[in-house]
Write a protein of this length. Structure first.
Length: 403
C-alpha cells in the first residue's frame, strides 16, 4: 500500500514539475490513448487497390517527349514515356517504361524530367511487370521533413505546451479522417455530425493546451457560444443564398462515384462553421488568458473590472482576426478575381457569382462569430476567474508555484 502511495506521489511531483496537476496528467494520458485508438481504427472505406496492381516509388532516368504536343506554349497533350527505376516493393531495382498521359488541363497534368522521384501504379502478372502508369511527383518525404521541422521548432519554443499542441493537431487530423469524413460519406446529417465534431475538438484542445482550470472553461464556453451563433447564421444564410454544395471542390465527382444520396448543401453549410471554429477557439483562448493574467497580477480585482479588461482585449483582437478570416477564405480565389478583372467583368456580376457569394458568406458569418466570442468570453472569464470564483478551486487544484 505504501509503495502505491509513493508511486502516485512521484507521478504527481513529476506532473507538477511540468506545470500540470495530476488530473491534467491523467487527462493527457487519456487523450494519447484516444489518439492511438483513432490511428488504428478502420474508416470502413477500403483503399482502392485492384488485384495485380500496387503503388511504388520510382526515380525517372530518362524521358521521351516525341509524342507530346504543346498548345499555346504551356498546355500539353499526348503521352510522355518515362524510363524509371523502381525504388521499393518486390520489383525494387528493376527498370521499365512508364506512361504519363497529358489531358490538356494544367491543374491535373504533370510533366517529369530525369532525376525526379514519382509515385506510380505498377500492374503485374506472374511476377512480371506488365504496365506502369505515372501518378504524380513523390512528395511524401518532403512533407515529412517540413512537418518534422515545424514540430521541432514548436517544441523548442513552447516546450511542453508545444508538445500538447502537436498532440492536439494529430488528434484533429485523425478525427477528421477517421470519424468526420466516414460518417459524412455514410449519409449522417452533416450539420449534427459537424457540430458534434467542433464541440468535441474545441473542448479537448482547449483543456489540453490550457489545462483543467477555470481559464480553459471560460475559453471553451466563449468559443462554443460563437460556434453556435456561426452555425445558426450559416444555416439561415446558406439556404437563403441558394448556393448548391456542388461549389465545393470534387463534390460533383463524389456524386457520380455512387454517393448521390449526400446532401451537399448541408455539407457546405457545415463547412462554414467548421472553417471558423479554429479562429473562434484562438480568440476565446486569447481573451481568457488575458483576463487570467490580469487577475493573477491583481487578485482583488472586481468581476466588473475583469470583464472590462477582457472586452478591451477583445475589441483590439477582433479587428485583426476578421481580416485574418478574409485572407484565409479568399486567398485561394485570387486567380478567379484576376480572371474576372482581365475580362472586364462588371463588379455586380462578380459579387453575385455563387463562388464569390459563398466566400462572402464564409467571411461575414465567421466574423459574426468572432465578434460574439469576444464579449461572451470576457463575461464568462470575469465571473469564473475573479477572486470569489477562484476560492472554490483552492482545495481542488495544486498550484505549481506553491511547491
Amino acid at each position: 500500500m505504501s509503495k502505491n502511495i509513493k508511486f502516485a506521489s512521484t507521478i504527481e511531483k513529476t506532473a507538477i514539475l511540468r506545470g500540470m496537476t495530476l488530473r491534467e496528467l491523467i487527462f493527457n494520458a487519456v487523450i494519447i490513448l484516444f489518439v492511438a485508438i483513432l490511428a488504428f481504427m478502420p474508416t470502413g472505406f477500403q483503399e482502392n487497390n485492384y488485384p495485380g496492381s500496387m503503388r511504388s516509388v520510382v526515380r525517372v532516368l530518362d524521358v521521351d517527349n516525341d509524342n507530346v504536343l504543346s498548345n499555346f506554349g504551356f498546355v500539353m497533350e499526348g503521352e510522355q514515356v518515362c524510363r524509371v527505376e523502381i525504388l521499393d516493393g518486390p520489383f525494387k531495382g528493376q527498370e521499365a517504361d512508364a506512361s504519363n498521359r497529358f489531358t490538356g488541363r494544367l491543374e491535373l497534368d504533370k510533366a517529369f524530367t530525369a532525376g525526379d522521384k514519382a509515385l506510380v501504379v505498377v500492374d503485374h502478372a506472374d511476377q512480371a511487370i506488365t504496365n506502369i502508369t505515372m501518378i504524380d511527383h513523390y512528395r511524401i518525404g518532403l512533407e515529412g521533413v517540413l512537418i518534422g521541422i515545424f514540430a521541432v521548432f514548436l517544441v523548442i519554443f513552447a516546450r511542453w505546451t508545444g508538445a500538447k499542441a502537436l498532440l492536439s493537431f494529430l488528434m484533429t487530423v485523425l478525427m477528421i479522417w477517421k470519424l468526420l469524413v466516414p460518417l459524412l460519406l455514410k449519409g449522417w446529417d452533416p450539420l449534427i455530425i459537424s457540430m458534434y465534431f467542433v464541440i468535441t475538438v474545441t473542448t479537448i484542445i482547449i483543456l489540453m493546451v490550457g489545462g483543467l482550470n477555470r481559464k480553459s472553461a471560460a475559453a471553451v464556453l466563449g468559443s462554443l457560444s460563437g460556434t453556435l451563433l456561426t452555425a445558426f447564421l450559416a444555416i439561415i444564410f446558406g439556404n437563403s443564398f441558394k448556393i448548391h454544395g456542388a461549389v465545393l471542390p470534387y463534390s460533383e465527382s463524389l456524386l457520380y462515384s455512387g454517393y448521390a444520396h449526400l446532401n451537399l448543401t448541408n455539407i457546405l453549410i457545415a463547412v462554414v462553421f467548421i472553417a471558423s471554429a479554429g479562429a473562434l477557439m484562438d480568440l476565446a483562448m486569447d481573451i481568457a488568458a488575458a483576463v487570467h493574467e490580469v487577475v493573477e497580477k491583481k487578485p482583488d480585482i472586481t468581476t466588473y473590472e475583469a470583464i472590462k479588461s477582457g472586452l478591451n482585449v477583445g475589441r483590439t483582437v477582433v479587428g485583426t482576426m476578421t481580416t485574418t478570416l478574409l485572407f484565409a477564405y479568399t486567398g485561394g480565389y485570387i486567380s478567379l478575381l484576376m480572371y474576372f478583372m482581365a475580362l472586364g467583368t462588371p463588379i455586380i456580376d462578380i459579387f453575385n457569382l455563387k463562388y464569390v457569394s459563398m466566400e462572402i458568406m464564409h467571411t461575414v458569418v465567421g466574423s459574426f462569430g468572432l465578434v460574439a466570442v469576444a464579449p461572451l468570453t470576457a463575461i464568462t472569464s470575469g465571473f469564473l476567474l475573479t477572486k470569489k470564483s477562484r476560492q472554490a478551486d483552492m482545495e481542488l487544484e495544486i498550484s505549481p508555484e506553491s511547491k
